[in-house]
Write a protein that binds this ligand. Structure first.
Ligand SMILES: C[S@@+](CC[C@H](N)C(=O)[O-])C[C@H]1O[C@@H](n2cnc3c(N)ncnc32)[C@H](O)[C@@H]1O
Length: 309
């Protein structure tokens, strides 16, 4: 199935694509009545349109599609192996279960892209997406600028590298596997973008250094300290759940900070929702909003921030 979003994220179109046309959409015979099993994924048919998306897969909205056939069809398509995400001309394919731990773009990824869609990239020669996963943001910026000579994607997950090796067609792009905090030391990039892990967790450092906010904190603290005097901009995604931790670090960075975009989104991470200690911490010590409406109970606010010297 394909999720296609308009530039302003006002609508989310849902399509059946490729083999789904013969498996689900009834296009299973050609004009000579021969059976058709497959179509290329470039062939597609619109199933339904959702307004004001706040999640990539919003179960409540999907269960409440008024048209019965469209509702059932979407449920069938959700079980298919291929998901395609399209935003502002960039289309990426994700085969479910093939690249474990690589998170396909979510609404935060698209909010990030909406926030940066009208920026001027004419002075950007080198770009890195830190914690890139499949690299949707880096590829999006790459698709908007031919000036960029070097596009680096970086993640600690070896499957993100595998995804890159299997799918990349941009000769400017490379993938660096490993901890960004080691890789970025002594490196210069004109633009650093990062949609990092952003939900604070109690006792996170002892549990797992890659969860929580360490990457975000490292980037804010260090981008201003580069040994290279050329200009670097840093664009990040920050959750209001981490305001008490991140805001003082932002203030101490002496950076010029511009808010590019913001959105309130439901919190739908299974590992958080199912962890009572974590939920209690977010509700009582952070600002997780407990307010049931439109099918979702818990909400956070995401902000896309641009830091310049
Ligand atoms: C919230 S996901 C975002 C993925 C992708 N950028 C997107 O927007 O869809 C955060 C990513 O950061 C990666 N990550 C976490 N800590 C890292 C580190 N120290 N160095 C490099 N990548 C890291 C994770 O493996 C994960 O892929």
């Amino acid at each position: 199935m394909k999720f296609k979003f308009d530039r302003e994220l006002n609508t989310q179109e849902i399509y059946a694509t490729g083999p789904e046309l013969s498996e689900t959409m009834g296009h299973d015979r050609d004009e000579n009545w021969n059976r058709i099993y497959e179509y290329p994924h470039t062939k597609e048919e619109l199933v339904t349109v959702l307004d004001n998306p706040v999640l990539m897969t919003d179960d409540w909205k999907l269960f409440n599609i008024k048209d019965y056939i469209a509702r059932q069809t979407v449920q069938l398509l959700l079980r298919k192996p291929m998901t395609i995400v399209e935003y502002d001309g960039l289309k990426m394919e994700f085969e479910q279960g093939k690249y474990h731990g690589v998170r396909s773009p979510n609404i935060d990824t698209l909010l990030f892209c909406r926030g940066i869609k009208d920026l001027d990239y004419s002075d950007v020669n080198s770009l890195i997406e830190v914690g890139s996963g499949p690299g949707f943001i880096a590829k999006y910026i790459g698709s908007k600028s031919n000036n960029i000579k070097q596009i680096v994607m970086n993640d600690i997950n070896p499957n993100a590298k595998k995804y890159f090796d299997d799918t990349n067609v941009d000769p400017r792009a490379e993938f660096v596997l490993g901890d960004a905090r080691k890789f970025l030391e002594w490196k210069h990039f004109d633009l650093i973008v990062c949609n990092p892990p952003y939900i604070p967790r109690p006792r996170a450092i002892e549990d797992n250094p890659y969860e929580w906010l360490e990457l975000l904190i490292y980037l804010i603290k260090n981008f201003n300290k580069t040994r290279d005097w050329r200009q670097t901009s840093l664009i990040i995604n920050v959750s209001n759940l981490a305001d008490d931790i991140i805001n003082p670090i932002l203030e101490q960075s002496w950076a010029k900070i511009e808010q590019l975009d913001e959105m309130e989104v439901p919190l739908k991470v299974g590992n958080v929702l199912n962890n009572p200690e974590w939920m209690d911490y977010l509700i009582n010590q952070k600002w997780l909003k407990d307010d049931y409406h439109d099918g979702h109970q818990y909400r956070q606010k995401l902000r896309i921030l641009k830091l310049d010297r």
